[in-house]
Design a protein around this ligand. Structure first.
Ligand code: NAP
Length: 293
């Protein structure tokens, strides 16, 4: 591509970000639409988060994605937080609006924080024809991604149980979300209770929101071998490297449907791309770029 002084900038702030799939997806989308923009990895150590966010505005960035470990740390540096990002307590997308005046300069930039993880997750469930309304849902893990998934499922009418190895982390997640999704059935449970909890679920959606099974620890799985999968369970593993995780293999052996998290990555990226550019994201192009990684 021909990068000039007019080329718009986008990037992913994280630490580390060396292995990110996002530049491939966004740069392919921009090329397919003929947009003059480039998306780059932005390795930002934790002590530099504030400087980096202010730098996005000063350098004229169109926006940015945010990943581990900065999704909460960026919040104090943004002028505005969208309600969903507020409820989840994490920002994965920053948009930057500027005054129209050419004289306005970067000091007039307004930075807003959004979360497209929850909506990207739901969009992928829709593409997989998974109905959430009235369904038992079991989330393994209670970190940042679990918060987005729990918000998505609770808002969509699921009955959600969150299992965490630190029970207070699951209790905190439930308490935080109940302020925003007050009618939703949300239950915390300790990891040791997984067998009992799983035995009480009917046709559940089971979501792995831990890093267990992720490359290079591909033999790992959050599902204990001695606990049978509930019958007719649907398993969604947020991990996407490897493409077929140990958890997905276990689910397949038990006759259950299983998907990896590549579709969520695609959909959260597509939603962010549309916010930045106002263009309809070319999903097939973006998906092709992810599959080539
Ligand atoms: P995170 O904030 O660090 O949370 C990880 C959660 O997993 C925490 O509750 C953690 O508990 C738990 N955990 C870690 N190791 C565990 C173990 N051995 N046994 C039981 N629980 C364990 O990470 P995150 O941002 O939520 O990401 C979680 C996973 O989702 C990662 O693999 C990430 O790549 C993936 N993800 C995918 C997408 C996508 O688009 N597909 C988007 C976001 C995240 P402790 O706090 O006690 O360690």
């Amino acid at each position: 591509m021909n990068i000039t002084g007019k080329t718009k900038l986008l990037g992913l702030m994280g630490w580390p970000v060396a292995h990110t799939f996002s530049p491939a997806m966004h740069n392919a989308a921009a090329a397919a639409l003929g947009l003059d923009l480039v998306y780059v990895p932005l390795p930002v150590p934790p002590r530099a988060v504030g400087d980096a966010v202010r730098g996005l505005a000063a350098l004229g960035f169109l926006g940015a994605n945010v990943t581990v470990p900065h999704k909460q740390a960026v919040i104090p540096y943004l002028e505005e937080i969208a309600p969903a990002a507020q409820a989840i307590g994490a920002v994965n997308t920053i948009t930057i609006s500027r005054l129209e005046s050419e004289k306005a300069g970067a000091s007039q930039a307004r930075l807003s924080g959004h979360n497209t993880d929850w909506s990207g997750f739901l969009a992928d469930l829709r593409s997989l024809s998974v109905e959430v309304e009235g369904r038992d849902c079991l989330i393994l893990g209670a970190g940042g991604a679990a918060r987005a998934v729990a918000y998505a499922l609770a808002r969509s009418g699921g009955s959600v149980t969150i299992v965490a190895r630190r029970p207070q982390q699951a209790r905190r997640l439930v308490a935080d979300l109940q302020e925003h999704v007050s009618q939703a059935p949300l239950h915390p449970a300790p990891w040791d209770d997984l067998g009992r909890v799983a035995g009480e679920l009917t046709s559940p959606l089971i979501v792995n929101a831990t890093p267990l099974g992720m490359h290079p620890h591909e033999d790992g799985s959050p599902w204990p071998g001695e606990v049978p999968f509930p019958s007719a369970a649907i398993v969604y593993d947020l991990v996407y490297s490897p493409r077929r995780t140990k958890l997905m293999q276990q689910a397949g052996s038990a006759g259950c449907r299983a998907s990896n998290g590549l579709g969520m990555l695609l959909q959260q990226g597509a939603l962010a791309f549309e916010m930045w550019t106002g263009e309809k994201p070319p999903l097939e192009v973006m998906e092709g770029a992810l599959h080539r990684k």
